[in-house]
Ligand binder design. Sequence first.
Ligand code: B3K
Ligand code: ZN
Length: 854
Amino acid sequence: PAAIRRADYRPPAWAVPDIALDFDLDPAATIVTARLTVARNGVADEPLRLDGEALELLTVSVDGIAIDDWRMEGDQLVIDLPGDAHTIETKVRIAPDRNTQLMGLYASGGNLCTQCEAEGFRRITFFPDRPDVLSRYLVRLTADKARFPVLLANGDPIAAGDAGDGRHWAEWRDPFPKPSYLFALVAGDLAVNRGEFVTRSGRTVQLGIWVRQADIARTEHALHALKLSMAWDEQVYGREYDLNVFNIVAVDDFNFGAMENKGLNIFNSRYILADPDTATDYDYDAIAAVVAHEYFHNWSGNRITCRDWFQLSLKEGFTVYRDQGFSADQGSAAVKRIEDVRGLRAAQFPEDAGPLAHPVRPDSYIEISNFYTATIYNKGAELIRMMATILGPQAFRAATDLYFERFDGTAATCEDFVACMEEASGIDLGQFRRWYSQAGTSRVAASIAHDAGEGRATIRLAQHQPPTPGQPEKAAMVIPLKLRLFGAETGRALTDEQLFLLKDPAATIVVDDVTERPVLSINRGFSAPVVIDSDRSAADLAFLARHDDDPFARYEAMQQLMLDTLVAAAIEGRADHDAVVDAVADTLANPDLDPAFVAEAVLLPSEAFIGDQLAIVDPDAVFHAREALRRDLGKRLADQWRSAYAAAPDGPYAYTPAAKGHRRLRAVALGYIAASGAADAAGLAFSLFESADNMTDRQGALSALANGDAGEREAALDIFYNRYADNGLVLDKWFQTQALSSRDDTGDVVRQLAEHPDFTLANPNRARSLLGAFGANQRAFNAADGSGYRFLADQLIALDKLNPQTAAKLMPPLGRWRRFDPNRAALMRAELERIVATPGLSKDLFEQASKSLD
Ligand code: B3K
Ligand code: ZN
């Protein structure tokens, strides 16, 4: 398959100002009639080209007259048109109930729904399926009234009626021109939780969360989050909602989290449904964040869309940045920042360091679905954050106002966004643009020297840009680093916080009046998405963990201390745990700290993140080093873990920042108690498991048990399974918890679970709950005999036949062979080669696997 290149972008030859779509809906055979008004763009003498995939073409007419001199060129329907404006009508037949890819129109749980981003609309009808063709949509849906009592589409409802023969119809109009990827319809038997939102200019918007009748009691949190999001976007970005209705539909079969279709968001049910008994605090947070994210897309994505898919981060990076800001404002901003950085390090740093590394604005792709990545989303958000930091809050807001105003109703580029940042602030972002074009995680070496006699501190910084595929050499970036110095003797701040823009390959900062030995706090708040290589001693890191006034820097010092300790242990078997134990003890004992922060700060870095620090990952050594430190911490701070465990106030479940923090700390403490090998640990976990009135505690207890071999383990897993046998989202947790287990037999257990009657590759959540979790389990997946690799490859080959997008998303753990010893590397490569050689392989999986072999 051929690569598509950014440099080849050409504006569309034809515009489609209006489209009228008529759906005669039936799961086995749906007839789609599309009437397009088309207008020549410019003077070029180009035929009209309409994309189509898996469509059975029935008729084509031009200006009301059936024609047969159309032709197919590959997947495109090509029509030569004499004039500059015409009306084209096509009629096609599609089979939603055989659509296992879940792109286009498909069936889920007896209902019909759509997913069009990026290129699913062409699986519904023939159309120029590219984001820079914006049209006004008029949609008519006709369906069986008993099976599909609810008929929804984008925009506002305009009419509905009876169609006879037990069928009915509804018409929807979306007055805002939009690209085809934002089209959506839903037909089904759904219940609704309705709400209202009055915008700041006084318009009343009807809100609806649509789910199966049985799930209606679990929609309140999502509806509440939607209202909060609508208010937040008005207050923080001055963005008001624009239609009279805003609907969200939850479906069980969905390739990713959710989709921002104009006025009709469609969600993976896991990001809508919540009640204390079935959803964890993490789920509640994620629901609010995704509801906000999709809502915010109404401006950053829908009103202003992307010119081409290379600009994807224009909407995704910015919208992630916006949803991160929203979540930070709902609770602890410090803890939110820590979670986001942990996510970036878990997903994006490895991507940037591996064979699939790509810039935030890529230059080419084979299959665009493969580019919905942590780089586009999360690193993209970090780019926006850096610009916000460099501009300051007022200029940043002026710049986003300018952007929204200038590009409203258009398909824009990343360059357009950066240009607005420059224009509104007067700040030159010429060098900053490299963040969009250069892949890889920058590293900054930082050291500090002190001349006690002169009272002078000298900070030396040097940046390094590691090579990535296709980019062997890179230019220096502009790296915004927030810095502050603290006095090692007194513990007080010696300077104010300073924002230093590192633009050159190396720089020196001299600070005078430094009368005691300074300790460097750098990249505070994670002001740049880089790795800091500093030679700070364990003592200095422990000092910062105690005294730094920036909560992120404090957390970071603790993480670095743990990481240094664990890396030394994994490489040299040297296990000096004292500094970590002291720092954790101090943190636990500090009454001024928020329990949610404490829980984050005392958690050890993941095995994967420790592995990322090593030239060659030894998964067993990493695991044992980490377990040894966990056990030691568990034993030596036994009393403190017990008090932390007991400190959580009793009382019924409440989803408040304070209660969440206590539950989080309780789960972390339980993990350490279990790690200590205490005789009563399993009993403690089991009694929490049984008495918990919420899923957060119950799942925390189950995870602690799942890692061990106490008799309570099986019992808890069985109880959990039986209790939630009819709840797919909770069963996903059951699969996932076992696949993440640190037990020696996890590989075998996972292979058995793949044969479990409740396991299916047809449901993406279920596939991810087992295969995604297993791929993330560094030690189990990387079993030295290659059994983990073989298993994943078998599953991916099977999944690819059903759902290429989801298969491709689960592949990256197999591509990390360069990071492992020659035996493992050879075993991984053999599986990648087997995948690439599979007949009928999708473009999606081919691109991921073949690039991973290079
Ligand atoms: N824009 C969608 C993602 C579509 C993914 C297509 N493979 C959801 C989001 O980012 O909000
Ligand atoms: Zn998005």
